[in-house]
Design a protein around this ligand. Structure first.
Ligand code: 5GP
Ligand code: MN
Length: 332
């Protein structure tokens, strides 16, 4: 699938060439990944950072929010800055489909004049860089970073490979999504050949969860409803308090579990943020595309996995979004 946002004359090869030029000329790169980072956000950020350092560049990796504890096995994860006030000559945005996804790390007054090179795989990418390497058919941004490493002839170290394999494994749900291609498997094979363990990375990045989050998942499933092929749940601040979970954000990938119901065509989880806004995660079964709904609501994502944040209160958010999801099912 090609992004509806890609201009008719969008030529990927030209973007790759231009990106390579910017990277070769840069001295100090500010590399930024998206807010609430997942495995591909952290993996592509660290993989890119370490690879470019191998090319002799100064690189500062940054993300508004800290990485989840589960990614602590990755070398470099503690080096990620949550703000960036140094002197840079280039910004590289990873796994981010629009400028807002860079969060508070990107300060227009400080960074507004710097060129931005985008590496991303979201179909909803708004092409906000001066150069945009956007490949919606690639399963993860980490896989794109591996392509960059091959292009530049850089050395693939085990640390880089562990970071990139984390992104490949998490975004493909361990090679189970329809975005998984022979190229994805070839990327994983190349990364494994550096000696990193696929089993170990899969267990740490994807399988293990805290007992607390298992209980949260159970309460979320109990609170869910099913109607017209839509399985959905609301996690209000009140419900979170009642469950007694330590996490005060996110859905703990409840939405990824709800879509495993055979009856579900679309799953949605509405989370009330501490500031009262509502964060929504969407998943869809094959044949249904939730990326455009998320995009219309100011977010983005992939056909089968997308998200957005909209104003509260919860009831208004639900009443606004459910009819739109029913429409997606009707029109599929
Ligand atoms: P998740 O439900 O795992 O948080 O996100 C699923 C997909 O949707 C990911 O590719 C993620 O980057 C994207 N996504 C989630 N929330 C947002 C959002 O608020 N804005 C944008 N642009 N994309 C989002
Ligand atoms: Mn990704």
């Amino acid at each position: 699938m090609v992004s509806q946002n890609l201009a008719p004359d969008y030529q990927l090869q030209r973007e790759w060439d231009a990106a390579e030029g910017y990277l070769r000329r840069a001295q100090h790169i500010l590399a930024i990944t998206h807010v609430s980072p997942d495995g591909d956000a952290i993996g592509s950020l660290l993989g890119f950072t370490l690879a470019m350092r191998g090319m002799g560049k100064l690189v500062t990796p940054a993300c508004q929010d800290s990485a989840q504890v589960r990614y602590e096995y990755l070398n470099g994860v503690h080096e990620i800055k949550q703000s960036a006030d140094g002197a840079y000559d280039l910004i590289v945005a990873l796994d981010s489909s629009d400028l807002q996804r860079l969060g508070s790390v990107f300060v227009p007054g400080l960074h507004g004049r710097l060129p931005i090179v985008v590496f991303d795989h979201h179909v909803t990418n708004t092409l906000f860089g001066v150069v945009n390497v956007v490949e919606p058919n690639v399963s993860s941004t980490s896989e794109l970073v591996l392509k960059l490493i091959r292009r530049l002839g850089l050395t693939l170290t085990p640390d880089i490979a562990a970071a990139l394999l984390t992104g490949v494994v998490t975004d493909s749900l361990a090679f189970r999504t329809s975005s998984t291609t022979p190229d994805t498997l070839a990327a994983a094979m190349e990364l494994m050949k550096t000696g990193v363990s696929l089993a170990d990375i899969t267990r740490k990045s994807l399988v293990l969860r805290t007992y607390d989050s298992l209980k949260f998942m159970a309460a979320g499933i109990m609170a869910s409803q099913m109607e017209d092929g839509i399985v959905w749940a609301c996690i209000t601040r009140k419900l979170r308090r009642e469950i007694g979970t330590r996490e005060d954000r996110g859905d703990g990938n409840l939405v990824g579990t709800l879509i495993t119901a055979t009856e579900a065509r679309i799953a949605a989880v509405f989370v009330e943020n501490p500031d009262g806004t509502i964060e929504i995660g969407f998943r869809s079964a094959p044949g249904y595309d939730v990326s455009q709904v998320a995009f219309e609501l100011g977010g983005g994502g992939h056909p089968a996995a997308a998200g957005c944040t909209i104003p509260g209160p919860m009831r208004d958010a639900v009443n606004r979004v459910l009819p739109r999801l029913r429409q997606v099912i009707r029109e599929a």
